[in-house]
Design a protein around this ligand. Structure first.
Ligand SMILES: *[C@@H]1O[C@H](CO)[C@@H](O)[C@H](O)[C@H]1NC(C)=O
Ligand SMILES: *[C@@H]1O[C@H](CO)[C@@H](O)[C@H](O)[C@H]1NC(C)=O
Length: 422
């Protein structure tokens, strides 16, 4: 019975580090034919961004900070001792959840029958993200991706292009190699709990001009840029269009609002691991594990600076992520937005413009890379380079600290048994 709990054993003794970045490509990235459909979607996305933007971001950051303090207080010393012991035998011991996001759902015996509880667990700027809460369950039974214009029911692609809200789960462990970008429509939850789902060796996940998406508990690795010449890809049940070659990021969030990426394990993608760009806001990236991204282009976050007013609307929370081994390139870059970084440890020696200066303070630490502007509609008055400087909140001197990570990729092959076995 312990078996079933494997993946939900200790999340993290400490709150981890972070990352993230931002960059900008051409303004309508990858859309080969910016037709009426996409123009409409973009207008709706812009309106959603303005509506999602918080004029009082400190209310959001304070709330999360308080929640972190509360969960640290709850952890008594005996729990800590237990967890230290668990590190010796990582797969045994009681389930523990040490941050306020995980506490909300993890270690609950009914998680498999109450999956939608997760929709109430987001914190930070993405806290209103409910994904497919209002929809039906859709179970992915087919791990192939042969037809990207007319995907078969049963495939992941069929689920994500639907217009209606859907809560997507997986029938079994599978490796999905995407032939072209997986373009996710709004009001979706991709919930990989209970199966080991790996998206690998193919194209990336794209969240573009949509609202309300949760991606939870999947592995993403070895993503490459798609088909050299681009191709037709269905982006909605009622539309498909020409896509130019994709970047090869793990996940691209482009011009989207209310996006929550949680418990993703990402490594070795051709471009960045996670790329949040354009007018995206209301985003939380939490409990992610980023490793082995060490080729020449690893986390290549410095592209051409974005220009124009849209980019200051960005408000992102980056919390409890593990910025792990094998990340050799420039660390995350955060610019043109407001970033709440909650963490206090990093296992890499590299730092970036978003590495929290507060790492040296007692937990929870938070660093804000402040916005060029608090107003979504105002035009940044500074040059990109000075903005970058302004948003550089400092560097941590503790980057070399080695973590004894108890973060675990969620890999349970089956839901936990009804009792903990103890
Ligand atoms: C980070 O936080 C954890 C738990 O909140 C604490 O045990 C650890 O000492 C902190 N690390 C640093 C470097 O402050
Ligand atoms: C979330 O929704 C509530 C209620 O509608 C709203 O007050 C709040 O501003 C929204 N955004 C965030 C980031 O909390």
């Amino acid at each position: 019975m312990e078996e079933g709990f494997r993946w939900s054993t200790p999340c993290s003794l400490v709150l981890y580090s972070v990352f993230l970045l931002l960059s900008a490509t051409a303004s309508e990235a990858n859309i080969g034919d910016f037709d009426d459909y996409w123009q409409q979607r973009k207008l709706m996305a812009d309106a959603a961004a303005e509506a999602t933007y918080k004029h009082d971001p400190l209310e959001v950051t304070d709330q999360l900070n308080r929640a972190v303090h509360r969960s640290i207080e709850k952890e008594d010393t005996s729990t800590r001792r237990e967890m230290m012991e668990q590190k010796k035998s990582k797969l045994s011991g009681p389930c523990t959840a040490t941050n306020p996001i995980d506490r909300c759902w993890r270690c609950r015996q009914d998680w498999a029958t109450d999956r939608k509880r997760l929709a109430r667990c987001a914190k930070g700027f993405g806290r209103n993200t409910t994904g497919g809460l209002a929809g039906k369950f859709y179970v992915v039974t087919d791990g192939t991706d042969d037809d990207v214009v007319n995907p078969r029911p049963g495939t992941l692609r069929w689920g994500v292009i639907q217009i209606e809200p859907l809560w997507i789960t997986f029938a079994k462990t599978m490796i999905i190699t995407l032939k072209e970008e997986l373009i996710i429509r709004g009001d979706k939850t991709i919930d990989g709990r209970g199966a080991q789902v790996r998206i690998a060796n193919g194209a990336q996940l794209t969240v573009q001009f949509v609202n309300n998406v949760i991606i939870h508990n999947i592995h993403i690795n070895d993503i490459v840029s798609s088909n050299k010449n681009g191709g037709y890809v269905r982006d909605s049940a009622d539309h498909f269009g020409w896509r130019i070659v994709s970047d090869g990021d793990g996940v691209t969030v482009f011009g989207s609002t209310n996006v929550w990426l949680d418990h993703l394990s990402l490594s070795n993608c051709q471009d960045g691991l996670i790329d949040v760009i354009a007018k995206s806001t209301g985003v939380t990236i939490s409990n992610c594990h980023l490793t082995n991204h060490n080729d020449r282009h690893a986390l290549q976050l410095q592209r051409q600076a974005p220009r124009g007013p849209g980019h200051a609307v960005m408000q992102i929370t980056i919390a409890f992520n593990h910025f792990g081994r094998g990340l050799v390139q420039r660390m995350p870059r955060c610019r043109w937005g407001f970033f709440h970084v909650v963490n206090n440890e990093s296992t890499t020696t590299r730092t970036g413009s978003c590495t929290p200066s507060a790492a040296a303070r007692p937990p929870p630490s938070s660093a804000r890379a402040t916005a060029t502007s608090r107003r979504p509609t105002s035009r940044p008055s500074r040059s990109p380079s000075s903005t970058t400087r302004r948003s550089r909140s400092g560097r941590t001197g503790r980057g070399t600290r080695r973590t004894t990570s108890s973060w675990r990729a969620p890999t349970s092959p089956s839901p936990p048994a009804r009792s903990t076995g103890s």
